[in-house]
Ligand binder design. Structure first.
Ligand SMILES: Nc1ncnc2c1ncn2[C@@H]1O[C@H](COP(=O)(O)OP(=O)(O)OP(=O)(O)O)[C@@H](O)[C@H]1O
Ligand SMILES: [Zn+2]
Length: 707
């Protein structure tokens, strides 16, 4: 019998309080238990064992769910670290770490088993027909029972007589990707150097800064190869699985071993399967998105993070961790190296490499041709037709004529971004978020791009009953339609959040584009990672939209998007041309993209960050207060600001609503990471002590400020 401390998930609890129970069975830290809590019956995680009870009447554990801990010591300690760093509860981290099927209080996510048939006793007495049937399948055992029954009609008698036996196994499902042959290259001298620098280097973190199309993937594959031959595991992080089917295919083609693939669009069952592959060491390579940083590795030899600048590496709900921070912790534990790679590194990482904290490794040349030529199209002067300038129309037409491919980026999905009545000027807005609704033509609905709510649209203004609406602006759906009218025989594909809802939709669109596409239209999705030989023209329709956001990070994001999009053309033997439509061709972001000059962008931007006191010069935390009444939220925010009077605090300002609640934002700046962290923990306690109905949300080290 032992007294144990348990983390319980319950929204009325303070952050990280544990409760003591008595447990009569053997138990270890990291196991789940079912415990009584008031009138409830809840699932918790064992935080500590053999503790001293603080009260005399300690309740008993109802059930020990796991005989062995789900999380080993490394992961338990990691959960504590993340909770501390990101000012969130340990239980929220534990929940994130586990596949849904193993989370506490997950009733929906059940593990599915299926019947397999294995050989039991081939010597039993069988009729000649049964014997023949057995022999016809013997070689292929074990196999799924459903498959066996299709193969032979005598499956049941063979099972009844005991020649075969049923066994329950966790159901597995296949990811739907075509396999490709492996192409092995002789490395360029830059690639060789890069590999050598990383393998021989003494630093633990490497920033591989290579221009688009410089062959960073091949460097990754070679590094991974060595580590795998040493019998160690490799974690290969990508921003979004859907956008990287080609990357996965290349990794699969190279290594003839089992690969675990972990990402958010797997269902609970599939996640659990992938988790087991790693836990049981059946797979030594994991390719995955953000959440795969928590896979149960036991012997990691290398962590690779592709497109390290990508914002999807930070989770935007609790716990708001950044995958980069987590892999640094894991690498320290496993004594392995980390390679971050990008053509457009985050300012944070590049600044660290610049200072020598990370080792900087560079690939300055493309494998084949030079970088594509950039043509800025000044919208103040160009002749524009349906959102596309005459020069870009011509470039598209000529590329199609030469049987080359075109990618057009318009970072706005839907048909019309704003629907406004021509009679009374009423704009349709989301009642929950207060932002303009976007019209989607195919579904004939209005959609809020903030909360995703969908409204039916009867083409009547609710205000004045008018039927005519302004056609302002354009989304990808309308762009696709415009292009189809202009080039009726061209194969035009669209890739955005709407066209990629279904599973494997990305991979299908990309395959179709590869095989027989002419034009690919899309949101910033098309800027990422694509490697098609025949793409020679890239058009960026509204470059300024990215620059106009009121955020200290907007220049960095805009630079990355423009440079990455530009990088999609001219990657092989055909020269590439990029057309950037802008009202401000002299903007330093556009100028750096024209020259493909990351360093000049970096230096300029660092200057602005220094002047404005923004990261990487300071650490940020945003705190958002939510309430039905804005004045209440404002008052609590002001009070919090006063409480943090020793730090620089911007705000409070009111930002867009969510779920019909007003939101008020503070931006807290700290020169010292640990001081900021400590003060925010203090703020949490302070807020709890006020017992207010205003909700406080904390985002440590945000990537940009929410609007
Ligand atoms: N040594 C090599 N010899 C010939 N071709 C190569 C070599 N290395 C890579 N390639 C090819 O060059 C192309 C570009 O490489 P890769 O996709 O790795 O670029 P990248 O640096 O990751 O670019 P991006 O940042 O734009 O994604 C690919 O088609 C790849 O197959
Ligand atoms: Zn909304």
């Amino acid at each position: 019998m032992s007294y144990i401390d348990v983390y319980i998930e319950h929204n009325s609890l303070q952050l990280n309080t544990t409760f003591t129970y008595v447990c009569k069975e053997p138990i270890s830290v990291g196991c789940r238990v079912r415990v009584p809590f008031g009138a409830l019956d809840l699932i918790g995680f064992v935080a500590a064992i053999d503790v001293q009870p603080r009260i005399s009447t300690v309740k008993e554990v109802l059930e020990v769910i796991d005989k062995e801990p789900l999380l080993n010591d490394e992961l338990m300690a990691l959960a504590m670290t993340i909770s501390r760093q990101y000012v969130c509860s340990v239980i929220s981290v534990l929940k994130t770490m586990l596949p849904p099927a193993l989370r506490p209080s997950s009733s929906k996510a059940k593990i599915i088993y299926e019947d397999w048939v294995v050989l039991n006793d081939p010597q039993v007495d069988l009729t000649p027909k049964q014997r023949a049937a057995l022999e016809s399948v013997m070689e292929q055992l074990p196999m799924k029972a459903s498959v066996l029954r299709k193969r032979i009609t005598l499956a049941n008698p063979l099972l009844q007589k005991g020649a075969l036996r049923l066994e329950q196994r966790v159901k597995t499902s296949q990811l739907d990707l075509e396999s490709i042959p492996d192409t092995s290259f002789s490395l360029t001298s830059e690639q060789k150097n890069a590999i050598e620098q990383i393998e021989k280097g003494t630093k633990s973190v490497y920033l591989l800064h290579g221009v688009t199309g410089s062959g960073k993937t091949e460097v990754f594959l070679r590094l991974a190869e060595k580590v795998l031959t040493q019998g160690k595991q490799v974690l290969f992080l990508v921003p979004e699985i859907g956008l990287t089917p080609m990357m996965i295919q290349r990794v699969k083609a190279r290594f003839q071993t089992k690969i675990a693939i972990y990402h958010s669009s797997l269902n609970a069952q599939e996640k659990y399967e992938q988790y087991l592959l790693v836990k049981n060491r059946e797979a030594s390579i994991v390719i995955g998105t953000r959440s795969s940083v928590f896979m149960p590795f036991c012997d990691l030899g290398l962590i690779l993070m592709d497109e390290e600048h990508d914002a999807s590496y930070k989770q935007d709900s609790m716990p708001r961790y950044h995958a980069r921070d987590v892999i640094l912790e894991r690498a320290a534990f496993h004594h392995c190296k980390v390679v971050l790679s990008s053509a457009t590194p985050s300012l944070d990482s590049y600044a660290r490499a610049y200072k020598g904290v990370y080792a900087l490794v560079e690939l300055t040349h493309r494998i084949y041709l030079d970088m594509p030529r950039i043509h800025p199209l000044d919208l103040k002067q160009e002749k524009v037709e349906q959102g596309i300038s005459a020069r870009l129309w011509k470039a598209i037409e000529e590329a199609l004529y030469r049987h080359e491919q075109v990618i057009l980026l318009l970072n706005r999905r839907g048909y019309l971004p704003v629907v406004k009545c021509t009679q009374c000027n009423e704009t349709f807005t989301c009642p929950d978020c207060g932002i303009a609704l976007t019209y989607h033509k195919k579904e004939d609905v209005l959609m809020c791009h903030c909360c995703g709510r969908v409204f039916t649209f009867d083409h009547t203004c609710p205000h004045c009953h008018g039927h005519a609406f302004y056609h302002m602006g354009m989304g990808t759906e309308k762009l696709e339609e415009t292009l189809k009218l202009r080039f009726p025989s061209a194969n035009i594909l669209r890739m955005d959040a709407d066209s990629t809802r279904k599973k494997n939709a990305h991979a299908k669109i990309l395959k179709e584009f590869h095989d027989q596409g002419d034009i690919l239209v899309g949101t910033q999705m098309v800027a990422k990672g694509l490697d098609f030989e025949r793409v020679t023209v890239v058009g960026i329709l509204q470059a300024d939209a990215a620059l106009m956001r009121m955020d200290y990070q907007s220049a960095e994001r805009a630079y990355a998007m423009l440079e990455q999009a530009s990088g999609r053309c001219g990657r092989h033997e055909k020269e590439g041309h990029v057309y950037i439509q802008t009202f401000d061709p002299d903007h330093y972001v556009i100028k750096s993209v024209i020259d493909h000059d990351y360093i000049s962008f970096f230096k300029k931007e660092m200057l602005y960050r220094h002047l404005g006191k923004y990261p990487p010069y300071v650490y940020l935390c945003t705190v958002i207060y939510m309430h039905k009444e804005e004045t209440k939220a404002m008052q609590i925010a002001q009070d919090a600001k006063d409480h943090l009077s020793d730090l620089v605090v911007l705000g409070p300002i009111s930002i867009s609503m969510r779920q019909q609640k007003a939101r008020v934002r503070l931006v807290v700046k700290g020169k010292d990471r640990s001081v900021l962290n400590q003060r925010i923990w203090d703020l949490v306690q302070y807020h709890l002590s006020k017992k207010t109905t205003v909700k406080q949300e904390i985002n440590m080290y945000p990537l940009g400020l929410e609007e």
